[in-house]
Design a protein around this ligand. Structure first.
Ligand SMILES: *Cc1c(COP(=O)(O)O)cnc(C)c1O
Length: 352
């Protein structure tokens, strides 16, 4: 095992033998009496048997899509589960910390809190870039979470900005790049650097561009040492059989093509939405986004109640530090965006 993963892991996990579930032990034969399953099934396909630990078709298809090996991949119950798994695998409660760059996705801090792990916060700069002194401000955190494209700002970082940070921390810290929205800015992925850096972890999901949020399926991409450690911590049968089947199919060559064309359409709607916002008064900032949402800063909060009155539900970010008067708009269908632009135009005229 690489020095880094074993040095950073919670020490009790190193010698621990993972739970030997029936599927993991496996076997061969015609009479399967090893897992206390029911021999009967009312459903078609049959769900009386436990699923594979990591469904073969799912893992093969995602590895092909991401251009990595199946050993560099772990399928999880959404990227959210992967966040928690990393914290549980590497952070000793009441001792270790993670570092986050705010404003960012809220679950890093929540997952840390539920594990009694401290959160070290290094705010982004005013234009949503990483703090130039980030590396000096890590306070020995074992995990550094960087979301790219970032939620909720939509801001992006290039691999050439991120790689020096991963390189500098090779001996001391795992850099977790959350690529939940990477399909909307595919040129920014760090996946091709996995072979080079043992401390790089990438999170992915089917919830956004793949249009399967209801499935709860995400992925952790990392080197084998880290994947093997998290496999000790994850639940015995983490991917329900129907999820594996639907997700596996969605990642066929044809499924990926459908995703790509949806992304092109959403990116175009994003552009049109920003163009329309530029015409309105009462808006202070439109933050250019590499994802399927746009963060907008208004002159005042009056907009919020007017939107709500019209039945338009958006994410209010104004309680978040530095995001006063900000709303985050997901990019919806053409009809939804047309409706949204019309309502915003009317509000802009009314409260002038
Ligand atoms: C939506 C989101 C997730 C969670 O993804 P799931 O796969 O649905 O759990 C993780 N990270 C970011 C940045 C997100 O926006």
């Amino acid at each position: 095992m690489s020095c880094l993963a074993s040095r950073l892991a919670r020490p009790e996990l190193l010698e621990m033998v993972p739970y030997q579930s029936a599927r993991r032990i496996g076997g061969s034969g015609d009479v399967w009496l090893n897992a206390n399953e029911s021999p009967f099934s009312d459903s078609l396909p049959a769900y009386n048997r436990y699923p594979e630990f990591q469904p073969t078709e799912l893992v093969n298809n995602y590895a092909r899509y991401a251009n990595i090996t199946t050993e560099q991949l772990l399928a999880t119950r959404g990227a959210d589960e992967a966040i928690e798994l990393l914290i549980r695998t590497f952070c000793i409660p009441a001792q270790d910390s993670i570092t986050i760059c705010t404003p960012t996705y809220g679950m890093y801090a929540i997952s840390a809190a539920t594990c009694n792990v401290a959160v070290n916060t290094v705010p982004l700069t005013a234009d949503w870039q990483l703090d130039p002194q980030l590396i000096d401000k890590l306070q020995s955190s074992k995990l550094l979470f960087i979301c790219n494209p970032n939620n909720p700002t939509g801001s992006t970082l290039t691999p050439s900005q991120l790689e020096p940070i991963v390189a500098a921390l090779q001996e001391q810290c795992i850099v977790v790049v959350d690529e939940a929205y990477i399909e909307f800015s595919p040129q920014l992925t760090m996946a091709s650097l996995l072979d080079k850096y043992p401390n790089l972890v990438i999170l992915r999901t089917l919830s956004k561009a793949f249009a399967l949020a209801g499935l709860r399926c995400g992925f952790m991409l990392a080197n084998t040492d880290i994947i093997e450690l998290t496999k000790k911590v994850i639940a015995p049968y983490p991917v329900p059989a129907p999820v594996g089947e639907i997700a596996g199919q969605s990642l066929s060559v044809n499924g990926v093509m459908k995703m790509t064309s949806r992304v092109a359409q959403l990116n175009k709607l994003n552009q049109q939405f920003c163009d329309a916002l530029l015409q309105l008064s009462g808006i202070r900032d439109i933050y250019r986004s590499g994802a399927n949402f746009v963060l907008v800063r208004f002159d005042n909060e009056q907009w919020f109640s007017e939107l709500a009155k019209e039945g338009i539900v958006v994410r209010n970010q104004s309680k978040v530090n530095t995001l006063e008067n900000c709303l985050r708009f997901s990019i919806g269908s053409p009809a939804e965006m047309q409706c949204l632009i019309k309502v915003l135009t009317n509000i802009s005229i009314a409260i002038k």
